[in-house]
Design a protein. Structure first.
Length: 164
């Protein structure tokens, strides 16, 4: 199985659960799984991280540039499918406009073009004011999961002093 990580996976890990300063094993796991072809993200997510100008930006620049897949013609050809689904729902015009300007739109296009499971902290919501990744994934039959479910499924093991 391959995974495509949303920006909130990186940002919340840095800010909450797996700080770069106290849980380097998480970040090493991401790099190892990327090298194995299991974990990726996309260029538009890298752009969002770059905008933060913080330790996460530094980590990406120093260690993780290869994680972010480019938006190529295969992805671009799938964006119309995402766009058509979104436009045929009952979302507010401002929500649609915002969605087409953020990385989520491209992340879903990547999943359609390449397959894989989207990993996000977002949860489905019955709202017309904001388009949530899980809602679009459900509508387009794309797998999605939480970071914690991914870590469990992949048997990530962050143990002090060695493995269990």
């Amino acid at each position: 199985m391959t995974y495509l990580l949303d920006a909130n996976v990186f940002i919340q890990a840095k800010n909450l659960h797996y700080g770069l300063d106290f849980c380097p094993a998480f970040w090493e796991w991401i790099l190892e799984k990327n090298e194995a072809g299991v974990v990726h993200s996309i260029d538009k997510i890298a752009d969002e991280i770059q905008a933060g100008g913080d330790a996460l930006t530094d980590w990406v620049e120093s260690n993780a540039k290869d994680i972010f897949l480019p938006t190529d013609n295969a992805v671009i050809s799938k964006l119309s499918e995402v766009s058509n689904w979104v436009k045929n729902q009952d979302f507010e015009v401002s929500a649609i406009s915002t969605f087409f300007q953020v990385a989520d739109y491209y992340l879903i296009g990547h999943a359609l073009a390449r397959g894989g499971t989207i990993v996000t902290h977002e949860i489905p919501a019955d709202t017309k004011k904001r388009i949530k990744i899980p809602n679009v994934c459900s509508g387009l039959n794309i797998s999605f999961t939480t970071p914690f479910a991914m870590l469990r499924r992949e048997r990530a093991n962050f143990v002090l002093g060695g493995s269990v």
